[in-house]
Design a protein around this ligand. Structure first.
Ligand code: ASP
Ligand code: MG
Length: 418
């Protein structure tokens, strides 16, 4: 079986869904399990909805809800015209369920409510994609990932229960049949929806590839493959034809957004190649991530993370920042779900570069202020260069004022203000 994953950008409109169908038609006769993300920016829209709901802003809620409903209905109309009835009813029913949640007071904490609401994005997109592919002659069964991917209750960043998931997948997926299912979502033991972390659909593809011992996981994207930098951010980027699993994990760790950090590991364990290729050009082979040389061609690789915050903590009594402080600080970062992208320590102060998360950062900073003097500089960029060389560093250093820098044998990182 092959696993194909289509991200939000590839199904952002009716044309995108039609293109999925035309890509699939190149693989006729093969069993394919298709993993799909929420359409376009739906997940962002649903995140905003969660916020309005929990902030008790019914007007904003209604507006955001209506916009999401209209977008999905429009895509259905464009794809199916007047013959869209059963699907349209199903989609309207999903919006009715969402509306019921929004009209009642929240029964759970933020993270669980988030997963309950945000998971609708993938349910909606897969209903539409599955129905369209069926209408185009690609017979497929819609699978509910909440009955397939079993996780713990770590809402918003749920971890896979591998044994249970293996059982569910084996019960529900068989050879000789193709499927469409959701990326990003699963459920806990009580069937409460969970999510695997933003951009988690690649990881779903990888989990399913692992469990099914698939021959390849293909991620279809709006780029020709993995480049040595995001072409929107860096000039003269080039396609990497081959990347080793280990190098891919490193690149993902530093924020190369083409690959989700957790995606590589299950594939590496089973030696299942990951191919990243363009949904605009089925003829191109894209990039293969597999065992083998670290990079071909061997190039410096550039990564930028935007919206960074530099949090500097100092002890009030000039005491050393020691292991006990650091363990407490890291526990807090962990509790608020903020990943430290870079850290640097001196005797009485420590700096942490983290994603500026408008939801998690303010309460975290409040807690830190109870024990430390805290300064925060926002609106920063973190650049990472793997396999750096002189000209790469010159280019990056000219991008702004340096606030923090770190160099190791093969990786250079710098936090700058534009
Ligand atoms: N729809 C989710 C997100 O936008 C998952 C994904 O796209 O992979 O984060
Ligand atoms: Mg998405």
């Amino acid at each position: 079986m092959r696993i194909f994953k289509f991200g939000g950008a590839s199904v952002k409109d009716a044309e995108g869904v039609r293109r999925v169908s035309s890509i699939i038609s190149h693989f006729s006769g093969e069993d394919i399990l298709i993993v799909v993300s929420a359409m376009g920016k739906t997940t962002n829209g649903l995140e905003a909805l969660v916020k309005s709901y929990l902030d008790n802003k019914p007007e904003a809620c209604l507006k955001q809800f209506n916009a999401l409903e209209a977008q999905h209905l429009q895509i259905i109309d464009e794809l199916f015209g007047s013959s869209s009835l059963p699907l349209k009813d199903e989609v309207l029913e999903l919006f009715r369920q969402l509306d019921t949640i929004l009209k009642a007071p929240a029964k759970h904490g933020f993270n669980q409510v988030y997963d309950q609401i945000v998971s609708f994005g993938e349910i909606l997109s897969t209903k539409i994609v599955s129905a369209y592919l069926n209408s185009q002659g690609f017979g497929n069964q819609w699978l509910d990932a909440r009955r397939l991917i079993r996780t713990d209750q770590n809402f918003r960043a749920a971890r896979i229960d591998w044994n249970y998931t293996r059982r569910l997948v084996n019960e529900n997926v068989s050879a000789g049949q193709s499927y469409v299912t959701q990326g990003f979502i699963g459920s806990d033991d009580n069937y409460n929806p969970t999510t695997l972390g933003r951009e988690g659909s690649d990881y779903t593809g990888s989990v399913l590839a692992y469990v099914l011992q698939a021959k390849e996981l293909t991620i279809w994207k709006d780029v020709p493959g993995v480049l040595n930098g995001d072409p929107k951010v860096f000039a003269n980027t080039e396609l990497l034809k081959q990347i080793s699993f280990r190098e891919a994990i490193e690149l993902a760790f530093y924020g190369a957004s083409v690959i989700h950090p957790k995606t590589i590991q299950p594939l590496q364990e089973r030696g299942i190649p990951l191919r990243v290729r363009s949904f605009n050009d089925v003829e191109q082979e894209g990039t293969v991530i597999s065992e083998g040389v670290s990079l071909n061609p061997f190039l410096a690789c550039f990564i930028r993370k935007d919206s960074q915050q530099l949090i500097t903590l100092s002890t009030r009594d000039l005491a050393f920042i020691a292991e006990d402080h650091l363990s407490m600080i890291y526990k807090l970062f962990h509790r608020f779900g903020l990943r430290v992208n870079l850290s640097q320590h001196s005797a009485t102060s420590s700096s942490f570069c983290v994603n500026d998360d408008p939801i998690a950062s303010p309460p975290l900073l409040e807690e830190l202020k109870q024990n430390f003097d805290v300064t925060v500089v926002g609106d920063l960029e973190l650049y990472t260069v793997r396999h750096y060389n002189d000209s790469a560093l010159t280019e990056i250093q000219s991008r702004g004022r340096k606030l923090l820098e770190q160099v190791s044998a093969d990786t250079y990182q710098i936090v700058i203000r534009k």
